[in-house]
Design a protein around this ligand. Structure first.
Ligand SMILES: N=c1c2ncn([C@@H]3O[C@H](COP(=O)(O)OP(=O)(O)OP(=O)(O)O)[C@@H](O)[C@H]3O)c2ncn1[C@@H]1O[C@H](COP(=O)(O)O)[C@@H](O)[C@H]1O
Length: 105
């Protein structure tokens, strides 16, 4: 299990936790729109560090953005595996494209 799957499982448990007991539970209790808004803010903070070129701060803001991405998915009952399956599907499609262009060439 990856760290992202571990974090997803923790976030899932927070969906039914007392909002007073954790930051994640409090954010989820505010609803999917607020979770999406927070993801947007954290993504912008990562963009700012990417533009500035500070690698350590980009890694840190990237971690914030990934955490808030998982919270946003959980708020809408979309799993990390749903996202990974889409990436796998796209990779297999591009694999087919590569095979087709090799057989033409
Ligand atoms: N990875 C994270 C993580 N990344 C960022 N954050 C929180 O996200 C918040 C975002 O920062 P902001 O400056 O926007 O927070 P803020 O100013 O308090 O937010 P607003 O009230 O202004 O919206 C901070 O409070 C961070 O602590 C996280 N909170 C929790 N986790 C992980 O989530 C799991 C569950 O944590 P709890 O919710 O604490 O149980 C644990 O494994 C944690 O490691």
């Amino acid at each position: 299990m990856s760290i992202l799957h571990d974090l997803e499982a923790i976030i899932h448990n927070r969906k039914t936790a007392d909002p007073k007991s954790s930051w994640t539970a409090k954010l989820l209790a505010k609803g999917p729109e607020k979770c999406a808004e927070k993801f947007g803010e954290e993504a912008i903070e990562a963009i700012i560090e990417a533009v500035k070129g500070d690698q350590a701060k980009l890694a840190s803001e990237g971690a914030d953005a990934l955490y808030h991405f998982l919270v946003m998915l959980a708020a809408r009952d979309v799993s990390l595996d749903d996202v990974l399956a889409e990436l796998t599907r796209r990779q297999s499609m591009s694999g087919l494209d590569e095979k087709a262009s090799r057989s033409k060439g």
